[in-house]
Design a binder for this molecule. Sequence first.
Ligand code: AMP
Length: 192
Amino acid sequence: MNLVLFGPPGAGKGTQSKILAEVRGLPQLSTGDMLRAAIAAGTPLGLASKALMDKGALVPDETVVGIIAERYDQPDCANGAVFDGFPRTIAQAEALDIMLAERGRKIDLVLELKVDDAALLARVESRIAAGGTLRADDNPETLKKRLEVYYKSTAPLLGYYGGQGKLKTLDGMAPIEAVTRQIAGILEGIKG
Ligand code: AMP
């Protein structure tokens, strides 16, 4: 089964895809995590991506499509994967559909976590106040930019996947456990 966790930055995609991946025994493929690992390792790809990420812009489609294709061919993706933070543009979604079709696979479901912008800003501000595991792009200015990018480049995917009949929308404002339960309920009816 191939699932996409979809939603604006801070909606809880990472949290829910980790839980989902564990429950379903599928790997979680987070392009954000892969890019941060590339930065930490000092690879050319990491170096090229860092400035864009720090300012809340998207890295080029070819970059993320390339890292996803390479990762998806690892043996642990034999039964599918949970995509987290990918695709983020129509071009990426089209490339993903082609990549999966070439392997006799498809996206089964796209789970949208719906949240409101004011709540997202409040979440980031409370993460900052808590002084927790802060990311370089976790600050109110960058979040505003990431939200702009989300609405301009990523939100159009809702039409793309809605048109394919694959989109399910969930209340991302609900507590973590409640969102997890909603997802489990949706997946119950789906063969995997
Ligand atoms: P995330 O951890 O998913 O919020 O991603 C952090 C940052 O990595 C984003 O703000 C982008 O700069 C970059 N990034 C992650 N995934 C993608 C993607 N699918 N396409 C383009 N840029 C991405």
